[in-house]
Ligand binder design. Structure first.
Ligand code: 6R9
Length: 664
């Protein structure tokens, strides 16, 4: 893509796996060789982690690209694989979920109980007229019922569409309408930031414009008063009184499992469709391989929301398919105090923690004294997902959460990929801070230039996937053309490549290969800035800013500039200690501009840096750059702005306000 992408970032630190972990790792280096020797046979062996009602006839049918079929002719039930088989094997009393409500109330849900609730919910949904192939929208807080609702849909072959509880009436309406959902499962509300946050009023408003919805099932969580209509049924009166006897029927491996809407560059979100057999195979395998999960001894915790793909794959399906014990937390990390997550790690003896860079950087901002006040000695593995993790945050995570010795796995994947694609293997890889390192066994990822040619080591360009993978999206719901255009038309056969050209999946992320061929993700290609003819990635400038000791977090955008085309505008959050160190805003800004110029070269020096206390983000932690670009373009040229300048924060806040935001 450019020499800038090819030249930036010079991280040389590397951390081999702890000897003990390596000696007992679930997956060793042999896995790469095995998958290399025969990729389909490798995935076929991974499918053997599941219980199939009917064996498949063919591992992969790629005769009609880009429409893949995996485990053709095979049949299975996803909920059976996540629940029944563990109960049947005598593990019914094992804890599936240690649930912690934000106010401190708790529930311990065993596999037997999760199974019973799921059977009841399956029966209740069936009684409400839901049959295999119908769509069910789920709009819930982080309560065990969210997992139950998803599993109950899977059990009866209904397709769930989970809508993140922070989304507005409009987003919820669009998603319900796009999928023609027949039932909505919601709650009166959930607890966030120390108080009840209502959900039902949003559903009421949405459902008024959604004629497809026949029933609304309402979980009682906060006990706050709700309006009631003829379509509404209480969960506790419907599900919890239903029969707990339910036999899971087997569905085709390509039967739809869920739709999850993802925002794109255009306004209309895409309903990413996933199916059962291949999806469950890859999420089960990656949970086992990347987190080195030992179901007998580990306590796993993924801090994602269930409304995000990470919650689907690494709270519900991956961990439960593996029979894991996990922690689920309802609330925000600073309620009632900023040590809440670490308190929970100690309380439940969490061994594996999977979180997002945004949370790590928030913790950096709050200061290392906070986690230092907790034991954290149960932890043995740390994971990151959602955004590029800058080396500084990676090191902080390892140092202050991981006692300076735990492996950190930076996992790259997308809603579309369904499961982790690029990541270190914790018992094998000597990880570099900030790099997702290498494609997992069975995955063929590459970095290509504008022409689709693989770049040499040291080069930068676009991340692509060259071979189909089991948990790949099957289409965009109701829009095969958009599926082809968005993901398969940039490179390879779908771009009108030469006869015999392969189909190549375009991920939309910039990436580089370092001198060892390891992969570094550089953010969405739409976020790459063009400054005086040079492509510069937002991620690298952000990373350079955060490598300065006074900066906790940074966001960078390209703003229109009359002389350079685009100019780099940065928003930086000072670290907790920076303000007390006596450095003034102007001084810090001057230092930071010099620091970026020194680290990345003068071309990357931001035109303007604004010091801010917060950045606008989606709930999954992605910075809302579009909003920052608006802010940047509203400012006069050459202006520097400090924390005291409230107009910047007002602009940022106006885009963040209202609680119910939308990432689209
Ligand atoms: C799982 C998830 C996907 C986009 C993806 C990329 C960014 C996710 C990343 C990462 C760098 C990582 N992303 N993980 N970038 N390093 N480890 O986040 O799915 O919400 O669909 O977002 O997130 O830009 O393309 P989703």
């Amino acid at each position: 893509m450019s020499e800038a992408l090819a030249n930036l970032l010079n991280e040389t630190r590397q951390f081999p796996p702890p000897a003990e972990l390596a000696a007992d790792a679930n997956v060793t280096a042999d896995a790469y060789a095995e998958a290399e020797a025969d990729r389909l046979a490798f995935w076929e062996r991974q499918a053997g982690r599941l219980i199939w009602a009917k064996q498949w006839d063919q591992v992969l049918d790629w005769s009609n690209p880009p429409f893949a079929k995996w485990f053709v002719g095979g049949q299975l039930n996803v909920a059976y694989n996540c629940l029944d088989r563990h109960v049947e094997a005598g593990r019914g009393d094992k804890v599936a979920i240690h649930w912690e409500g934000e106010p401190g109330d708790t529930r311990t849900v065993t596999y037997a109980e999760l199974h019973r609730l799921t059977c009841q919910a399956a029966n209740a949904l069936t009684e409400l007229g839901v049959v295999a192939g119908d769509r069910v929208a789920i709009y819930l807080p982080m309560v065990p019922e969210a997992a139950v609702a998803m599993l109950a849909c899977a059990r009866i072959g209904a397709t769930h569409s989970v809508v993140f509880g922070g989304f507005s009436v409009e987003s919820l309406t669009n998603r319900i309408q796009d999928a023609s959902a027949k039932v909505v499962i919601t709650a009166d509300g959930g607890y966030r930031r120390g108080k009840p946050s209502a959900l039902k009023p949003t559903v009421d408003e949405a459902v008024a414009n959604c004629p497809s919805v026949e029933h609304v099932l309402v979980v009682r969580r906060t006990g706050e008063e709700v309006a009631w209509s003829a379509k509404d049924r209480w969960w506790h009166e419907t599900v919890e009184t239903a029969s707990a006897e339910h036999t899971a029927a087997a569905f085709d491996a390509e039967h739809p499992l869920f739709i999850l809407y993802t925002s794109g560059t255009t306004a209309r979100p895409k309903g990413i469709l996933h199916t059962t057999g291949g999806y469950l195979t890859q999420v089960a395998y990656t949970t086992h391989a990347v987190f080195d999960l030992k179901p007998e001894t580990d306590v796993y915790w993924c801090t994602a929301d269930i409304g995000w793909v990470t919650g689907h794959s690494y709270i519900v399906y991956g961990p439960l398919a593996n029979g894991a014990t996990q922690v689920m937390y309802e609330g925000t990390p600073d309620t009632p105090h900023k040590g809440r997550l670490w308190e929970l790690v100690d309380k439940y003896g969490v061994t594996i923690l999977y979180t997002a860079p945004t949370l790590i950087r928030t913790m950096m901002k709050w200061g290392e004294e906070i986690p230092a006040g907790y034991e954290l000695s149960s932890l043995r593995l740390l994971g990151s997902v959602g955004e590029p993790i800058n080396p500084e945050a990676w090191m902080w995570y390892r140092q202050h959460i991981g006692r300076g010795e735990l492996p950190v796995v930076d996992t790259w994947w997308q809603t579309e990929t369904g499961a982790i694609m690029i990541s270190p293997l914790p018992g094998v890889t000597a990880a570099k801070p900030g790099s997702a390192m290498a494609p997992l066994p069975g995955i063929d990822a590459d970095v290509v230039d504008d022409q689709g040619q693989s770049v040499p080591n040291g080069g930068g360009g676009y991340l692509v996937l060259r071979e189909p993978w089991p948990s790949m999206l099957r289409t965009v719901w109701g829009d095969d053309n958009r599926f082809i255009e968005t993901y398969w038309s940039r490179f390879g056969a779908g771009a009108g490549g030469a006869t015999g050209a392969e189909w190549v999946y375009f991920a939309g992320d910039g990436a580089k290969k370092d001198d060892d061929g390891h992969i570094w993700l550089l953010g969405r290609v739409d976020d790459v800035m063009l400054v005086s003819g040079h492509n510069i990635s937002t991620t690298e400038v952000e990373s350079a800013l955060v490598s300065h000791p006074s900066v906790a977090e940074a966001a960078v955008v390209g703003a229109t500039d009359p002389t350079t085309g685009q100019a780099i505008v940065a928003f930086a959050i000072p670290r907790g200690t920076a303000e007390t160190a006596g450095e003034t805003g102007e001084q810090l800004i001057a230092d930071l501009r010099a620091h970026v110029a020194k680290t990345l070269g003068p071309i990357a020096k931001p035109r303007q840096i604004m010091l801010v206390p917060e950045l606008p983000k989606t709930r999954s932690g992605k910075i809302m750059r579009r909003l920052l670009r608006d802010v940047a373009e509203n400012r006069s040229l050459g202006d520097v702005t400090t924390l005291q300048d409230s107009s910047v924060m007002e602009l940022i806040a106006s885009g963040m306000s209202g609680g119910k935001s939308d990432e689209d």
